[in-house]
Design a protein. Structure first.
Length: 510
């Protein structure tokens, strides 16, 4: 073998080795990168102050506990929002178990607030099935949801971004997140922007003059800004190298900022709430009241408005996808039109067979449309009726007549059917479950309803009759009046989410 041949062989081997090294370092599967990087995930806890319009309304914490084969992440959020002279408290707690590749194995979530009290345990079986068990009082119900991909919790997304090597300026990350409180999946898109420097309170000392804790030492932290869009709403957050949120804010004045425990929790616990409660006694016209009409002990009148035009202030343009169907948005003005009678004539017969509507015919957590008790009740209500409009009307009449209006009921359609009580959420999910059991496409809608010049949280349903038509089974409106302002579709907002609609947002009726 000549010297030239040896040189070519050595160069070829060097090039192959270099190529293998580059492929191993730069083109490794995400799971491999996460498995290696997650070994350095440190245990610890961080605390947050939650503000709306510059006023603290709650606190949050995130705790990471590392084990030999798993990682435990506990997130807690506490909100206390004054409304009509009452301090409304909501607590959301989730305990997630992750594999060492940061894949979700299971999560237990608890919600306690005016809109109900429940716990939900979600377990991932392989990557194909999510088993969701809903606990309400002494009852439990398990639903199995097929998965097309591994799911990510919203609170764990920063951890995956940081340790998956996704925090690079200009990079776009698409995922589907699963909210363990709403029990619903949502597509999410994240765009990574520039890095910023923050000065955060690292510890606190008690000031006897101010009778409060004040910052004692500060820490300088660098974090990447990310823009994330989920469910039609844009949120901006800054994430550090350890996968912790440094600050987060949305388009309606809600902000979450990391700080010392005493500043986030102790000061909030001992604050003077008298002035806040007094100020909430008489909300001005167009203000959003952070509770339902029923919880506020107000009368929910029959909505007969055929058209409503409102101007939204306090919202960043594009913060919500408010247009579509009965709603048309132009700048800061939103026009809602009640569906005309002509749209109530369906262009198909039951059972619906359109494959594009399969999502709105399938069971879901809280909507147990395949349960034998829901199925039997739907058959009794609908009978042999094949006209979707008449079937939708019959279901609305039955729910209105058989579900007593009461707050604090257990969530879920089956629980509402058994207990025969509920607020707007229970009326909506029971209606949707009965409709789907009758093979009538239906979905939940949530937003605000106008009552005496103020806007309250409300939930209702929509049925497909060739076009989507709003139905309010709680007030027996078919179609629902234009005073129903929709903010979300296909996933009921819990009270903990109401905070994103209060603060600086107002709706002025034009």
């Amino acid at each position: 073998m000549t010297r030239r041949t040896w040189a070519v062989a050595i160069l070829g081997a060097w090039a192959a080795s270099l190529g293998w090294l580059v492929k191993r370092e730069f083109f490794r599967p995400t799971g491999t990168r996460l498995a290696e990087a997650a070994l350095s995930v440190p245990p610890g806890a961080v605390y947050y102050r939650l503000d709306v319009g510059g006023r603290q309304v709650g606190f949050a914490s995130s705790t990471i506990d590392t084990q030999a084969t798993s990682i435990g992440v506990t997130d807690m959020l506490v909100l206390q929002v004054p409304a009509l002279g009452v301090l409304h408290r909501s607590v959301v707690l989730s305990r997630a178990v992750l594999s060492r590749t940061l894949r979700l194995e299971g999560v237990l979530a608890r919600f306690d607030g005016d809109l109900g009290r429940f716990a939900a345990r979600s377990l991932v079986n392989g990557d194909s099935v999510l088993a969701v068990t809903l606990f309400a009082g002494s009852d439990s119900e398990t639903t199995r949801v097929p998965l097309a991909r591994p799911i990510v919790l919203p609170s764990l997304l920063p951890l995956r971004l940081a340790f998956g090597g996704e925090l690079k300026r200009g990079k776009t990350y698409a995922s589907v997140v699963y909210d363990p409180v709403r029990l619903a999946e949502q597509p999410l898109t994240v765009v990574v922007a520039a890095e910023s420097t923050f000065v955060l309170a690292d510890s606190a000392a008690y000031d006897s003059t101010a009778l409060a804790w004040v910052p004692a030492r500060f820490d300088t932290v660098r974090a990447f800004r990310i823009e994330q869009r989920e469910g039609g709403m844009t949120t901006r957050a800054w994430i550090d190298a350890q996968g912790h949120v440094v600050r987060a804010e949305n388009a309606v004045g809600f902000a979450m900022e990391r700080t010392a425990f005493e500043l986030a929790y102790t000061n909030f616990r001992h604050r003077d709430t008298t002035s806040l409660i007094r100020a909430s006694l008489s909300p001005g016209p167009g203000e959003v009241v952070a509770t339902t009409v029923l919880a506020a002990r107000e009368l929910l009148p029959h909505d007969t408005a055929s058209q409503l035009r409102v101007r939204l202030t306090g919202l960043t343009p594009g913060a919500f996808d408010l247009g579509g169907g009965r709603q048309q948005q132009s700048g800061d003005t939103l026009l809602i039109r009640r569906e005309p009678r002509a749209t109530l004539s369906a262009r198909y017969q039951l059972p619906a067979r359109d494959s594009s509507l399969a999502r709105w015919l399938a069971p879901a957590p809280l909507i147990q449309s395949e349960d034998p008790r829901i199925q039997a009740r739907a058959r009794l209500i609908v009978g042999r009726e094949q006209d979707p409009t008449r079937a939708a009307r019959r279901i609305a009449d039955w729910v209105r007549a058989n579900l007593a209006q009461r707050t604090g009921a257990s969530p879920g359609a089956l629980q509402a059917l058994e207990a025969r009580v509920g607020d707007c959420n229970e009326h909506a999910v029971l209606y949707v479950a009965l409709a789907r059991a009758a093979r009538l496409p239906a979905r939940t809608a949530a937003g605000l309803v106008l009552v005496d010049g103020r806007f309250y949280y409300h939930a209702w349903a929509e049925v497909y009759l060739g076009d989507w038509v709003a139905v309010d089974p709680m007030t027996d409106e078919f179609p629902a009046g234009a005073a129903h302002v929709r903010f979300s579709i296909g996933g009921l907002a819990q009270q903990a989410e109401l905070v994103r609609l209060i603060g600086r947002i107002k709706l002025e009726v034009l």
